[in-house]
Structures are given as C-alpha cells and as structure tokens.
Design a protein around this ligand. Structure first.
Ligand SMILES: Nc1ncnc2c1ncn2[C@@H]1O[C@H](COP(=O)(O)OP(=O)(O)OP(=O)(O)O)[C@@H](O)[C@H]1O
Ligand SMILES: [Mg+2]
Length: 383
C-alpha cells in the first residue's frame, strides 16, 4: 500500500504501513534497541542532528530494514513531538524535507545528501541519512575551492532540472564527504515544483538566512526561486574564498534590527562588494554574473556551469581596489532602477518587515537541547 504523501499527524498513533522499507513507525523502546545516540552534532530552529550508530551488524541475521545500513555511523535529524503549537509544523517540515531527499535515493547526485529512512515514534520524528563529519571550510585557496564550486553548481543544476529548489544554500548547510566532495544538506526549506506549471519556481515568500538572501527574495517580491538559489550559491562561493560574504563590511557583522537588515539589503541591491577581497579574474566574472542584483541578468545554474571559468586556469588575481570590478554602466543603471522600484514597492506593501523578522528569527535560531526518552538514556554517553 502506498503511504499517503500527508505528514503524519502529531497526535495520530496509527502506524504507517511497514511495506515501505524506508518509512517506519516504532515505539521509543524499539528505536532505542536499534540505534545508539552518540552525540548531538547540530541544531537549528526545528530540531537537532545526532550522530548515531545502528546497533545490529548490517550483515547479521538480526539486522532489519532500520539497521541494515552499510555505514556504522549515521546522522539523524530529529524533532520533538511534544504538545506545543509548533509541533505539527515541525513534523510537517521534516516530512517535506524527507519527501524531497527521498526522491534522490533512486537518482543520486554526489553533492546531495543520501537519505536512508524516516522514523516516527510517539516522542520524535526523524530522518536518518549519511553522516558527513566535516563542515565545508572557508578562506581556502581558490585552486582548492574551484573543485568544490563545480560540484555544488552541478548539484544545484541537478536539483533545478528536477523541479527542486533548496532555498537555504550557505556554508553551514554544506558538508564534506570523506572523498572531499561538498554535499548539500538541510532541505528543510526546499520546494518541489511541477516544472510544467506556469507557476513553477515562482514565489513571493521571504525566508532563508539574511546574508544569503537575494535582493528580490529579501523584499518578498515575486521571484524565480532558482535565481535566488544561484545568488545564495554565489555568496557562498565568495565566502569560501574570502571568509566573509560580499556585502558584509566585516566577518560577523550583526543584523540585530530590521534597520540593520534594511541597510544590508540596500547594499546587495547596489551590487557593490564591500571591504577587501581577492580572487582570480575569471572567478570574479563568474561571481558577478551569479550575484547580479537584477535577477533577469543573473546566471541560471546551467549558464554558470557553461561559464568560461571552468575551462580556464585561475590566472590573474582580482583585488577589491581594482576599478574594473565596478558594474558596467548599463548594469548599474538597471540596478538603480530596480532599487528605486523596490523601495517604492516596499513602502506600498503593508507590513514590509514581517518576512524580514522571520528571516532574522531563523538566523538567530536558539538552541533547544534534545531530551532523549528514558529508554534511550542508557544508549547515551555518560555526562
Ligand atoms: N548528514 C549530516 N552529517 C553530519 N552533520 C550533519 C548532517 N546533517 C546536518 N548536520 C549538522 O547539523 C547542522 C544542522 O543541520 P540542518 O542544517 O539540517 O538543521 P536545521 O535544523 O535545518 O538547521 P538550521 O535551522 O540552522 O538551518 C548542520 O549545519 C550540520 O553541522
Ligand atoms: Mg541548516
């Protein structure tokens, strides 16, 4: 029987059908028999991520669908099913994330996180997936970063061709495999569109992490979400080479108020990279096209894949003081026009900062410690 594509209700105790070998409804005790929770390795607004070890040897006759995993370490992203108003939304978000990454089980890409299973217990809902121990590093040589960029662009092009946008690309959502391949994780904001629909990829929602939001997305204007992914990826590439994002005056600049954010996003609309930075000329040209403030002039992922950067050797180095880095007059006029139009639209919109404050909340996500049920405590490290 096909499992309905509805998220499991937080109060329902009806188990999903077990014929699906990667979606399970278990009791907390049964789960504790199958997985050892080793340590919490990440957390966000919606839950936490744990390093776990399947208890049974995948080759033993006792191994079942939950534990028959080749790796001896896996990552588990889980949300509490406590009785709070946000519980249903959290479980739904995890379920949506699962549906998107699960599609790629039969159609994998080296830069998209491999999904294992979805497990629901009375206390928790969780996604199990491949464990990747290292977060991508920043301030690395361009020669090293270039291979990562190619993988990531190819991964984003792959998603877009399949009607999926990630919506939250940033270094914190990119991990490195043991083969040094960058892998996109956290599909919690991802969306799948019917590529044939006239509304495919269109959105006017503003969410994500402020420093990586394209100008049009930050404003909550109708936009092509694929172009916003390309913007976020461009910001990410810049940060990987330079250690800070192109519109941040210094690393760790704070956006504590909506005025701070407004000032920041005004910079993105002007398209002028601030502070000092260094990269090869071809890299600069590629990033200028990925970070065009006017989305119509911005590269698609496929266009970025076809850029000359990939056939040239990194040669001349660009620095922030070089005048040739300024936008061409045509682009600049077009950006200015867009900026004025956007300001006008922002003034006309009712409550223009609603979406900004949401993004800010997301950015400042607070740590909600994971409390394992009693049955699991014996599986956790002491202390
Ligand atoms: N497969 C994995 N292997 C190892 N670590 C992981 C894995 N998935 C996630 N993490 C770690 O957990 C962190 C949080 O994961 P993720 O981004 O999916 O959760 P989130 O709740 O959506 O977070 P946020 O709200 O901060 O974006 C990641 O930044 C990463 O450090
Ligand atoms: Mg994340």
């Amino acid at each position: 029987m096909e499992l309905s594509p509805q998220p499991p209700s937080s109060s329902s105790t009806t188990p999903p059908p077990q014929e699906h070998t990667d979606i399970f409804s278990l009791t907390d005790n049964v789960l504790a028999d199958k997985l050892t929770f080793i340590e919490e390795i990440g957390f966000g607004n919606w839950g936490s991520v744990w390093l776990c070890r399947p208890k049974a040897d995948p080759h033993s006759p006792n191994a079942d669908d939950v534990t028959r995993i080749q790796e001896n370490k896996i990552a588990v992203k889980l949300v509490h099913r406590s009785k709070t108003p946000t519980t249903a939304a959290r479980v739904r978000s995890l379920w949506n994330e699962m549906k998107i990454v699960r599609e790629f089980k039969s159609d994998p890409h080296p830069s998209i996180i491999p999904f294992h299973s979805f497990i629901i217990t009375p206390s928790y809902a969780m996604i199990t997936m491949a464990y990747l121990p290292t977060l991508i590093t920043v301030e690395v040589d361009e020669s090293r970063a270039r291979k990562w960029f190619r993988f990531l662009l190819s991964g984003v092009e792959f998603l877009h061709k399949r009607g999926v946008v990630h919506n939250d690309i940033k270094p914190a959502n990119i991990l490195l495999s043991h083969k040094n391949v960058p892998v996109l994780v956290d599909f919690g904001f991802a969306e799948r569109y019917d590529a044939k629909s006239s509304k495919a990829f269109l959105s006017n929602l503003s969410y994500g992490t402020p420093e990586y939001l394209s100008p049009e997305r930050a404003r909550g204007l109708p936009h092509d979400t694929r172009k916003s992914d390309v913007w976020s990826l461009g910001v990410t590439f810049f940060e990987i080479i330079n250690g800070r994002t192109p519109f941040e005056l210094y690393d760790g600049e704070q956006f504590a108020t909506k005025d701070d954010l407004e000032r920041y996003w005004s910079r993105t609309l002007r398209g002028k990279w601030v502070g000092t930075w260094t990269m090869s000329k071809p890299a600069e040209q590629l990033l200028r096209r990925m970070l065009a403030p006017n989305a119509d002039l911005r590269y698609t992922a496929s266009e970025a894949m076809a850029d000359i950067y990939w056939v040239q050797k990194p040669s001349e180095v660009s620095h922030s003081e070089c005048p040739s880095q300024l936008l061409s007059p045509l682009t600049y006029v077009s950006c200015l026009r867009t900026f004025n139009e956007l300001q006008l639209i922002t003034c006309l919109r009712e409550g223009p900062f609603t979406s900004f404050s949401y993004a800010l909340q997301k950015h400042k996500g607070e740590h909600r410690p994971f409390e394992p049920p009693r049955a699991w405590i014996s599986t956790l490290p002491k202390g």
